[in-house]
Design a protein. Structure first.
Lengths: 249, 105
């Protein structure tokens, strides 16, 4: 009994000095540890693909089913706002990628700058999204008791996006509510991912200022980058699918 | 310190900022192209082109921003499995959708 206790105590002392402090004892080396963490992150992202995949599948089927309603409802979204948001998000992915490079190259101030820029661009995206949601509330385009069919049964001739739209019959116009349910579900879940990402970015900015990621241990920055780029990819699909349906009609 | 840096460089590829700038530029061009294409009447090819551009942009992000091009075969296989499973599930759902007499009951 006492022998085995002595052995257990002696083991960690041995060989403790020649590896970096961030290397966990159950990994052989830093590379193996980073590979394991990266693999786990990708497995998590696959669950995210399946999660958003369900929403995209629902969108695809309803769009085929109620195409005229989806066209009319899509024309209510602003391409300049959606396009500007795409720009913000793509640029934030770039600054995040640059942040990863700064961490690898052990440039502390560069990393902090990149993280702050990513943080600001992410907040900018959510700000534009708020403006868009506010407009939908004012137009009574939020699914529920106050949902109004007026914009679809009587398209606004003064709005260039809807001027050429044919008025929808009431039974088809009702299906615009399905479009807006999917719009809020998909952009809402995407925005929730952004909020979580921005919160983690805030935490990372403080840690980065303390020099946490520029001492050779870049796994956290690397894996957060994977998450942030994934959220970017979701938006890359959401933008054409929600905003750009049949704009030439 | 130098030894440690060399070891890291050997164990994993550090993507150059030049590549990131090129990819950023390609993604911006892709965004402009997808907006432009939606205003051109291509009939059934409108959504196909939109999805095509989006897939190209997503592939660029996965390969370069997410470093899959420079990653281990395990990571590449993982990503491929995810895409494959997703497409299988969508394909099977749509096969059910087209082959059913919706609305006739």
């Amino acid at each position: 009994m006492s022998d085995s206790t002595a052995v257990a105590h002696a083991a960690p002392e041995h060989g403790h000095e020649e590896h970096p402090a961030f290397l966990r004892h159950h990994f052989e080396n830093v590379e193996q540890q980073a590979d394991a963490a990266g693999f786990a992150m990708w497995l998590f992202l696959l669950t995210e693909v399946m999660f958003f995949g369900g929403l995209f599948t629902a969108y695809l089927i309803y769009r085929n089913w109620y195409y005229p309603a989806f066209v009319a409802a899509s024309h209510q979204l602003s391409i300049p706002l959606g396009g500007f948001n795409t720009l913000l998000l793509i640029t934030s992915s770039f600054t995040m990628a640059m942040g990863g490079w700064c961490a690898e190259m052990r440039k502390k101030s560069g990393l902090v700058l990149c993280l702050v820029l990513t943080f600001i661009l992410g907040l900018g995206f959510l700000g534009v999204k708020t403006v868009e949601y506010k407009e939908k509330i004012e137009m009574n385009h939020v699914p529920g008791f106050h949902f109004s069919l007026d914009s679809f049964t009587h398209p606004d001739p003064n709005n260039p996006a809807t001027a050429k739209d044919q008025p929808l019959a009431t039974d088809m116009a009702r299906h615009t509510e399905i479009y807006f349910s999917l719009y809020f579900a998909m952009t809402g879940m995407h925005a929730l991912h952004m909020v979580i990402g921005i919160a983690i970015l805030g935490f990372m900015i403080f840690r980065a200022q303390a020099g946490a990621y520029t001492e050779g241990h870049v796994t956290f920055v690397e894996n957060f980058g994977l998450y942030w780029h994934f959220v970017d990819i979701v938006w890359i699909f959401l933008f054409p699918l929600l905003y750009l349906i049949s704009r030439h009609s | 310190m130098t030894d440690q840096k060399e070891m890291e460089a050997a164990s994993h590829h550090i993507v150059s900022p030049v590549i990131y700038v090129v990819i950023l530029f390609a993604l911006l061009v892709g965004t402009a192209a997808t907006v432009w294409a939606s205003y051109v009447d291509l009939g059934v090819f409108n959504p196909i082109l939109a999805i095509g551009i989006a897939c190209t942009k997503a592939t660029l992000v996965v390969l370069f921003f997410m470093h899959v091009k420079y990653s281990s075969r395990l990571t590449k296989l993982t990503v491929f499995c995810g895409v494959f499973t997703f497409l299988t599930l969508i394909g099977m759902t749509l096969a059910d959708y087209i082959s059913r007499a919706w609305g006739s009951w």
